[in-house]
Write a protein that binds this ligand. Structure first.
Ligand code: SAM
Length: 289
């Protein structure tokens, strides 16, 4: 399989359709703990529905950087099962629209949201963040977490973020980023194992964010935090290898396992890291101000 055009989406879609964080898995875990699924509240989901590094604390950090509070209209690009969206709606009173491409995850996100009574404040739209199905100037904040590595044209995503934001709106997202260019075989391993279409450099992201028209760009290096989390996760994957192989989830795949081992090495050697990228929407670039 090659990282080119038509097959690319299929690989990303298949990766998340087999992902262990799924609606059914979440409900099965909660049912096992509580004995039933009646009268679920958002807090019942939070330990299970966040598909990024750092749990709710890092959603708080994004909310802070993006200025999210009561009534803030937020678009979550690549929203997964809408875990961060429900947290932002429940804890901060935000109104969140989730953009999620995967045909299993989008309805899963909507179902979980409805079960905890947040459908009035969290809307799930199945769509691609390279062509966002939202009106121009319709949101106050765009967020995204650990997802843009799966999207081939990050310039298009950032242009869409700029378009859907109202003037003065905030962009805040986290993603993998290179400190040093990866070798071709490492890129290939990241594509095959974790469906990373392209990984930007920190500087490359700054240039793309600027080119999209944003100003006041702030980049926070999260590499040390992610390195610790990654090493813990890899230990867990090692321990659960037999179980994941039987369950058929991606973390049982040889390609995933190889990529993850290499990911840990790349992060620990300082070649690869994570960043939080924050910026403000000024005027449209065509206005040249
Ligand atoms: C690591 S998960 C992150 C989910 C969520 N942000 C969270 O933190 O819980 C990445 C998500 O991006 C979605 N995705 C990948 N490519 C996409 C695209 N082009 N448009 C919209 N969603 C996409 C995947 O289906 C997956 O659910």
């Amino acid at each position: 399989m090659k990282n080119d055009g038509s097959s690319a989406n299929q690989h990303v879609l298949a990766f998340y359709s087999r992902h262990p964080i799924s609606r059914d898995q979440i409900l099965a875990r909660i049912a096992a703990q509580r004995g039933h699924l009646d009268a679920l509240v958002p807090e019942d989901l939070f330990a299970h529905d966040q598909d990024h590094y750092g749990g709710l604390d890092v959603v708080d950090a994004l909310a802070d950087r993006a200025g999210i509070g009561p009534g803030t209209r937020v678009a979550d690009f690549c929203a997964g099962l809408a875990g961060p969206a429900r947290y932002l709606a429940h804890r901060y009173g935000a109104l969140v629209t989730c953009i999620e491409l995967n045909p299993d995850r989008a309805p899963g996100a909507a179902d979980l949201t409805q079960r905890v009574g947040l459908s009035g404040r969290v809307r799930v739209v199945r769509g691609n963040v390279m062509r966002v199905p939202l009106a121009s100037g319709s949101v106050d904040a765009v967020i995204s977490q650990e997802a843009l590595l799966h999207v081939p044209d990050k310039g298009a995503v950032l242009a869409e973020a700029f378009r859907v934001l109202a003037p003065g709106g905030r962009l805040a997202f986290t993603d993998w980023a290179e400190h040093r260019p990866l070798a071709a075989e490492d890129r290939d391993a990241m594509w095959k194992g974790i469906a990373a279409q392209t990984i930007q450099s920190f500087d490359g992201y700054r240039r793309l964010i600027e080119a999209a028209g944003f100003r006041d760009i702030l980049i926070e290096d999260l590499t040390a935090d992610w390195g610790r989390i990654l090493a813990q996760r890899f230990d867990m994957y090692r321990r659960l290898r037999e179980e994941t192989l039987r369950a058929g989830t991606p973390s049982g795949d040889d390609a995933f396992y190889t990529a993850y081992a290499r990911l840990v090495e790349l992060v620990q050697s300082g070649a690869l890291g994570g960043g939080r990228f924050v910026a403000t929407r000024g005027a449209h670039p065509a206005a040249n101000v």
